[in-house]
Design a protein around this ligand. Structure first.
Ligand SMILES: Cc1cc2nc3c(=O)[nH]c(=O)nc-3n(C[C@H](O)[C@H](O)[C@H](O)COP(=O)(O)O)c2cc1C
Length: 158
């Protein structure tokens, strides 16, 4: 975890603002994340009061460790908000690469929970801040084949 977190904070970071806010959620603390999934589902689906709570709760238990990546956005700073956000995205990618280099698997997830003010509050963030990733980290039962990089359509030359 030390290697993975150090990789995060070494991300390119305009103005050295360290805009990322990393929260490691593991072991029993995943219950709090699971509860956040349950509460959000309850709020988003008031017409479905008998939804499967266990299913929502188990979303937090898909990996032994989840690293939530928030961005404490400084508004009206000479470094625009978008650059602060992409720096946090780069921190996520660095963690991804570090995890893979260590033989671990990682999955970058967002979903509705990333845009939920209660979840932001759980992470000590303001409503105007952002959550850019819930990075699920663990040992995969087997690694899927790497997707083939396709340049078609997304690259052009001037
Ligand atoms: C900002 C961002 C949010 C993402 N959110 C989700 C998500 O909520 N659910 C999901 O299945 N994949 C999501 N992904 C994509 C995958 O997590 C990511 O491609 C995967 O972890 C790496 O697998 P790959 O090597 O097959 O691309 C997201 C990716 C990014 C960049």
């Amino acid at each position: 975890m030390d290697i993975i977190l150090k990789a995060a904070v070494r991300a390119p970071d305009h103005g050295r603002l360290a805009p990322w806010r990393l929260t490691v959620i593991e072991g029993a603390a995943r219950e709090k994340l699971g509860q956040a999934y349950v509460n959000l589902k309850r709020r988003l689906s008031p017409d479905q009061p008998s939804f499967d709570q266990g299913k929502e709760l188990m979303k937090a238990f898909r990996a032994p460790t989840i690293i939530a990546v928030g961005v404490s956005i400084q508004e009206d700073h000479k470094v625009p908000a978008v650059e602060q956000i992409v720096a946090a995205g780069a921190a996520v990618q660095n963690m991804f690469l570090a995890a893979h280099a260590l033989g671990l698997g990682a999955m970058w997830k967002t979903g509705d929970l990333a845009y939920d003010d209660n979840m932001k509050s759980l992470l000590g963030l303001k409503a105007s801040d952002a959550i850019v990733a819930l990075l699920f980290v663990g040992t995969p039962p087997k690694l899927p084949p790497a997707p083939v990089a396709e340049l078609k359509g997304c690259v052009s030359w001037l």
